[in-house]
Design a protein around this ligand. Structure first.
Ligand SMILES: *[C@@H]1O[C@H](CO)[C@@H](O)[C@H](O)[C@H]1NC(C)=O
Ligand SMILES: *[C@@H]1O[C@H](CO)[C@@H](O)[C@H](O)[C@H]1NC(C)=O
Ligand SMILES: *[C@@H]1O[C@H](CO)[C@@H](O)[C@H](O)[C@H]1NC(C)=O
Length: 447
C-alpha cells in the first residue's frame, strides 16, 4: 500500500511533466540547470545549481503513517504559492545569518515536543501553521530520545551497553515527518542531539548504560566509551539529513553544563570542540552550535551572581571562539536557576527579573560583537503575566544587535487537546502571540 502510493505519486508527476521534473519538483529527470538532491527516502528535489547527490542507503520504515504523510507533504509546496522554496543552507556572515546571499532573520519558537508525542501529520501541520502565523522563521526541537524500553516514540534504544537507532515510523521517521512539515511551511529547524537533563533520556543514560548506574553526570564529557557512543548516534542522525536544507543547525546538546567542580569550563569547551569537529567532518552543509545557556566565567563579577562565576562549566566567551561552532546561544529563566528564567534567578538577589534579563542580553551582545559571530537568545520564559517583560526583552534584542531569538515555547490546540503545557506555552490566544508578530516584523526590518 505504501509502495503503491509512492509509485502512483511518482507516475503522476512523471506523466504530468513529460519525464522532466520541474525545479523543486520530486526528482525524475531534472529540468535544465537543476539537479536531483536526495533528502530522505521519501523526498528529493530538483534544486537549481545543485550537484547531484547519490541516495544514502535507505532505511526500512515500519508503518504507513510516516510514509503517507511525508509523500503528501512533499507534494504540498507545488500547489502552495506562498510557501518559500527550501533551497540553500543558512550560513553566517559576521554577526548575521544569511540564506542564498540575503539576510536571514532568526525568529521563532521552541517546540521540543513536535517529534516526540506521536502526533498525526495533520496535527504537526497545524502546529507549524500556528508557529508560522506568529511570524516565525525558525523552530528548535529535539533530535534525541534515549530509552531503555521500546514504548511510544523513541530514537535510541539501549539494551545493556548496546544502543540501536530506531529508524522506523515511531523513531527517526517521526523526525522525518516534522522536517517535511517544517519544509512545507517554510520553517528552518535547529535540532539538538542530546540533553543535559534527564528529559527524554539525555547524557545520564549513556553513562548509566555504558559505565553502570551511579556515575557522575560529568563523565559524559570525558569518558572515551561514552564519547564514541554519542558520536555513533550523532553520525547516524547527521548523515541521514546531511543534504536537508530545512535543518538550520545541529546543536550538540540542550544546556550542557557541569554538575560538579571536577568538570570545569575547559572540560566542556574541549568536548564541544571535539564533537563539533566530528560533525563538520560528516556534514559540511549545516551550521553547528553548542546549545548552552551562555553562562559567563568571570569569578567575582556581577555581585557573585552564580551565572557569571564559571562554576557551571560554561565559558561563553571561550566557547564562541571555537572555530567549529558557527554561532552562540544563551537562555534566560527557570525551574532550577539555570536558564534565562529569572523568576528563579531572583533567588540570587535580582528581584527585578525584567531588568536582569535586559542586562543579560546586553552582556551577551558585547561578547557577540567582539567575536563577530551570531548569538541568539535561544530560550526565555516566564509564567503568569509576562507580555510587558517579554516586550522589554524583545526591545533589548533589537537594540543590542543580538542576532535573533526563540521563545520557550510554542503551543497549539490539536485534535486531542492542547500541546503539553509546562506553564510557558504561548498559544495563539495569548497576548504574547501578538507581541511576537510585532517583534518578528521589527527584527526582519532591523536585519
Ligand atoms: C545538568 O544536569 C545535571 C544532572 O542532572 C544537573 O546536576 C545540573 O544542574 C544540570 N546543569 C544545569 C546548569 O542545570
Ligand atoms: C580543568 O580540569 C582539568 C582536568 O580535571 C585540569 O587539568 C585543568 O587544569 C582544569 N582547568 C582549570 C582552568 O581549572
Ligand atoms: C499585554 O497584554 C494586555 C492584555 O492583552 C494588553 O492590554 C497590553 O497592551 C499588553 N502589553 C504589551 C506590552 O504587549
Amino acid at each position: 500500500m505504501i509502495r503503491s502510493t509512492l509509485l502512483f505519486l511518482a507516475l503522476a508527476i512523471a506523466s504530468a511533466h513529460a519525464q522532466t521534473s520541474p525545479v523543486f519538483g520530486q526528482c525524475g529527470v531534472c529540468a535544465d540547470g537543476s539537479a536531483c538532491v536526495f533528502q530522505n527516502p521519501f523526498y528529493s528535489q530538483c534544486v537549481p545549481g545543485a550537484a547531484t547527490t547519490t541516495a544514502p542507503p535507505t532505511t526500512t520504515v515500519g508503518s504507513t503513517t510516516t510514509v503517507k504523510s511525508s509523500s503528501s507533504t512533499s507534494s504540498a509546496p507545488t500547489s502552495t504559492a506562498s510557501v518559500p522554496a527550501q533551497t540553500g543552507f543558512v550560513k553566517t556572515s559576521g554577526t548575521k545569518f544569511t540564506l542564498n546571499g540575503a539576510p536571514y532573520t532568526l525568529f521563532g519558537s521552541n517546540a521540543y515536543w513536535l517529534p516526540l508525542m506521536g502526533y498525526s501529520t495533520t496535527d504537526i501541520n497545524k502546529a507549524f501553521a500556528d508557529i508560522v502565523a506568529s511570524g516565525a522563521t525558525t523552530v528548535r526541537t529535539w533530535g534525541f530520545n534515549e530509552v531503555t524500553s521500546a514504548n511510544g516514540v523513541y530514537f535510541h534504544l539501549w539494551n545493556g551497553k548496546t544502543a540501536t537507532v530506531n529508524t522506523g515510523a515511531n523513531g527517526l521517521g517521526a523526525l522525518d515527518t516534522v522536517i517535511a512539515a517544517a519544509k512545507a511551511h517554510g520553517i528552518r529547524l535547529i535540532i539538538a542531539l542530546t540533553n543535559n537533563w534527564s528529559d527524554y533520556g539525555g547524557m545520564d543514560v549513556y553513562a548509566a548504560q555504558l559505565l553502570g548506574s551511579g556515575q557522575p553526570h560529568d563523565v559524559f564529557y570525558t569518558n572515551p566509551t561514552i564519547i564514541a557512543a554519542f558520536k555513533s548516534y550523532v553520525q547516524t542522525v547527521v548523515t541521514r539529513y546531511a543534504n536537508e536544507p530545512t535543518i538550520l543547525a545541529w546543536e550538540l546538546a540542550n544546556e550542557p553544563s557541569a554538575a560538579s567542580s571536577t568538570c570545569n569550563t575547559t572540560t566542556i569547551s574541549t568536548w564541544a570542540s571535539t564533537i563539533s569537529t566530528f560533525i563538520k567532518s560528516l556534514d559540511s552543509n549545516h551550521l553547528v552550535t553548542l546549545g548552552d545557556e551562555g553562562f559567563f566565567n568571570r569569578p567575582g563579577s556581577n555581585n557573585f551572581d552564580f551565572v557569571y562565576q564559571g562554576t557551571l562549566g560554561i565559558d561563553f566567551e571561550a566557547n564562541i571562539k571555537i572555530t567549529t561552532l558557527d554561532f552562540a546561544t544563551f537562555h534566560t529563566n527557570s525551574d532550577l536557576d539555570t536558564q534565562m528564567y529569572p523568576q528563579s534567578w531572583s533567588e540570587t538577589g535580582n528581584p527585578n527579573s525584567d531588568a536582569w534579563g535586559v542586562q543579560w542580553i546586553t552582556d551577551h551582545a558585547t561578547v557577540m560583537k567582539a567575536a563577530n559571530k551570531p548569538a541568539i537568545l535561544e530560550e526565555f520564559g516566564l509564567t503568569g503575566t509576562r507580555n510587558t517583560t517579554y516586550a522589554d526583552w524583545y526591545s533589548a534584542v533589537l537594540s543590542t544587535g543580538i542576532t535573533g531569538d526563540l521563545i520557550w515555547q510554542a503551543g497549539s490546540q490539536l485534535t486531542n487537546g492542547p500541546t503539553p503545557d509546562d506553564g510557558y506555552m504561548i498559544f495563539p490566544t495569548d497576548p504574547v502571540y501578538t507581541l511576537m508578530q510585532a517583534h518578528a516584523k521589527a527584527l526582519k526590518a532591523r536585519g
